[in-house]
Design a protein around this ligand. Sequence first.
Ligand code: TGC
Ligand code: FAD
Length: 405
Amino acid sequence: MSISNLDELYESNRGKDKFISPDFYGVDDLLSDEQKLIRDSVRDWVKKNVSPIIEQYAQMSEFPRFLVKGLGEIGAFGPQLPSEYGCGGMDYTTYGLIMQELERCDSGIRSTASVQGSLVMYPIYKFGSEEQKQKYLPKLASGEWLGSFGLTEPDHGSNPAGMTTSFTDDGDHVILNGAKMWISNSPYCDVAVVWAKNPEGKVQGLIVERGMQGFTTPTTHNKWSLRASATGELVFDYVRVPKSNILPGVIGLKGPLTCLNSARYGISWGAIGAAMDCYDTARRYSLERHQFGKPIGSFQLQQKKLSEMLTEITKAQVLTWRLGQLMDAGKATPAQISLAKRNNVEMALNIARESRQILGGMGITGEYPIMRHMMNLESVITYEGTHDIHLLILGMEITGINAFE
Ligand code: TGC
Ligand code: FAD
């Protein structure tokens, strides 16, 4: 798309995003002034910069790469990481609110931020050397560089322990071979945090940079979901990676799984955003659309749908606010995070489906965001651990019996 078209797109859609967030239980009262200020400024930025163009980019299945710098400027990348590395130095609730506002517009934009902040910057911060932190974090925080996270492989999705991507020793380098699949941001990434088995068969993280010989990032085409987010592969064909690019601070699967805690937490907030947008769109439509001489919102069946949506959103808001408190206190357990991710994404998907029905035929068009949210959420319910995997993580917590063994 050319810049002149882009300007036109902004011009023709400016001000059309009329979103008002539901807050039935006054959860806002639980937020600090600073948290509300950041949430509102991200909402304004999204309405001005993302809402006018997102539908067109999704329809064209293109990633609006130009937004990455702006996302850096508003502090969407690693807001929960310390300011000494150019990050936000904020609490986990603020991080969650930012994810909520991004996904309120599109899960793909939140995905870009989740991957960059929780899956690329977080492991470098948590497990990287001081040199690695200084080199990568400021550029990733500002959006100058885009990162991706390679855990999933063609034959190992829910069971990453089975990964076959591996490296061998080569003096002051290692030689990396293998392939990762379904990787958000991959076609545009400047760096990738890749999880691979070392010569002892233990999982370790490496920072692979674009330009390293033998490293390619083919795009995955024909997605019906997350169409405004770029997804692809990471292919390693005898890539020589300096040993100084290995993350020194962790060995074993707990490395990538620790990063997933942070990203799954962000998704639990993000899904509320998508649900709120669907609910708010359906609520307004139900008052504007007349059938049988009345607004459709006057019919009990439509009121039931809206009431149940608001109930579920409110429950999720309270649940997730509390999880934010636990995250900040360092007390949130992986099973608590699984509960929130699983509950909130399913809640959002159900609300997207119900909202779509309230809009009748109009619900399937790009005039409204609902069908796009619904299709996006089909990925969100699968990535970062599928709906069933999170149920089994909870089941293990309840019974003490590991269903994966
Ligand atoms: P298991 O034997 O249970 O654990 C291995 C080691 O890891 C530790 N651990 C965790 N540590 C931190 N946080 C967690 N959530 C952890 N879960 C487990 C565990 O204590 C153990 O440590 P140690 O010291 O004893 O070695 O591992 P398992 O092989 O049985 O697998 C468990 C299972 C199935 C729950 C796990 O593999 C899993 O979560 N699978 C789902 C895979 C997944 O979520 N992939 C996501 C890929 S990234 C992605 O989708 C990004 S999309 C992003 C976007 O676009 O927004
Ligand atoms: P499978 O693991 O093959 O699962 C298929 C089905 O079997 C699922 O319903 C699952 O719940 C079920 N199942 C599997 N095991 C069990 C079991 N033990 N008991 C009961 N049911 C089971 N990965 C990354 O590493 N980085 C990324 O950036 C990334 N981005 C993604 C972006 C998109 C758009 C998508 C769709 C995926 C992305 N993923 C990424 C991959 C994602 O994490 C995986 O798709 C997910 O973990 C599931 O793996 P799978 O697709 O191989 O499904």
